[in-house]
Ligand binder design. Sequence first.
Ligand SMILES: Cc1cc2nc3c(=O)[nH]c(=O)nc-3n(C[C@H](O)[C@H](O)[C@H](O)COP(=O)(O)OP(=O)(O)OC[C@H]3O[C@@H](n4cnc5c(N)ncnc54)[C@H](O)[C@@H]3O)c2cc1C
Length: 446
Amino acid sequence: MEVLIENIITYSIVAFLAIGIIYFQLKSNKKKSKIIQGKIEKAKELGFHEPVSLHPVVNLDICIGSAACIKACPEHDILGLSDGKAATINASRCVGHGACFHSCPVSAITLVIGTEKRGVDLPHVSQEFETNIKGIYIAGELGGMGLIKNAVEQGKQAMDNITKNLRRYPKAKYDVVIIGAGPAGISATLTAKEKNLKYLTLEQNSLGGTVYSFPRKKIVMTSPMHLPLYGKVKFTETSKPELLELWNEVLQKNKITIRENQKVVSIDKYDDHFLVKTLDDSFTANSVLLAIGRRGSPRKLGAPGEQREKVAYRLIEPELIHNQNVLIVGGGDSAIEAALSLIDDKSNKVTLSYRGDSFSRIKPKNFENISLAVNSKLIDVYYNSHVVEIKDKSVVLGFINDGISFEKEIINDLIYIFAGGELPNEFLEKAGIKITKKFGEVVLKH
Ligand SMILES: Cc1cc2nc3c(=O)[nH]c(=O)nc-3n(C[C@H](O)[C@H](O)[C@H](O)COP(=O)(O)OP(=O)(O)OC[C@H]3O[C@@H](n4cnc5c(N)ncnc54)[C@H](O)[C@@H]3O)c2cc1C
């Protein structure tokens, strides 16, 4: 009898504790879900909830709420757990590197481009990566598939097909002109070399592609990739300098030069060759590979003096800038993040010029940080301002306030312009390449 009572007491305590734990767990989950729901509402309010390009779609019937996808995503608050299931928060901020897709233990995530409401323009390509214009091929993110590894793989495959289908005409100097030196263009260039083709690679900025335009240092590789003329690249996590070193090493070893600062402006098709024009040169080719990604070309201001060397459209190594009067132009996240990255070194004098009268549609964290930096006088912000002229040692800014316009000249050593980009659509259409809108098309599925 005594034992029975003892057992009943023990079981009761265990049951009580278990109920307690479950109760507190449920309460904590409810609290966390409420926070995530709040973030979703905020994202909707700011226009970040609706995806603009590639994004994850969670199958709620399969999702077990492991949160592996949230841990794997290097961007913040793209995904969160709500009611025990993964949910998208700031889907428009997804950069499509697919870490969530690969990390999900139950394959509940699909990567999709566009939504039912918002279509995404994609050029039409065949299985051989050829467009509707015979001889023009596309590889990498321009075709809709994100990720460095995928771009590298497609660059190689597209070049294999170009080699297979190649017809040489006397008028063409090159077998292939490769446009863009991001992961897809680099891989295609290495393959062209491997196949002994006469090739030329043109890049509007410098080697490396999209990842170099963004302030985040960490680069995630979801699985090993095979780089032509190099072999297996095994790192799962790397940095921009490390990746750049790898690209440079393999190119140098194979004596490959990429023509940088060559923006291609048009591709004209003739009966027996293509004519590829850059801003200051032109080249004839039997075929063309477009590896230009989806981010387009940086929009220029059109201000006198913009061609000066001190003007740039991306900030790659802020840690190397000291004792400089820097002007950042723009009011989006890239501009704000660039300005903030420069004040770590107190010797820089950072000024930000923005056409608008306040920062709207930027990440809440950026808004908080820029407000703090402005209040602490670490950054000077000129709202309602625009660049009038860029001089050697100064910049003239123009202002319109209450209908009155005036100018102010400030000392300046460096200018970084973040005025958005010209999307590649116009360029593609001019070359005759057909573009179709994709409304929620699956790009990657288990
Ligand atoms: C913020 C951010 C973080 C990311 N992080 C990761 C990550 O961690 N891991 C990962 O795997 N992927 C990541 N990605 C995705 C990855 O960067 C892209 O999928 C990949 O770079 C696509 O390679 P690409 O060669 O197709 O195009 P891009 O890398 O976009 O390269 C295209 C190149 O073409 C050039 N170009 C464009 N137009 C012209 C023209 N008219 N003339 C000459 N040159 C031109 C551009 O300057 C650029 O260098 C990230 C993307 C972003 C935006």
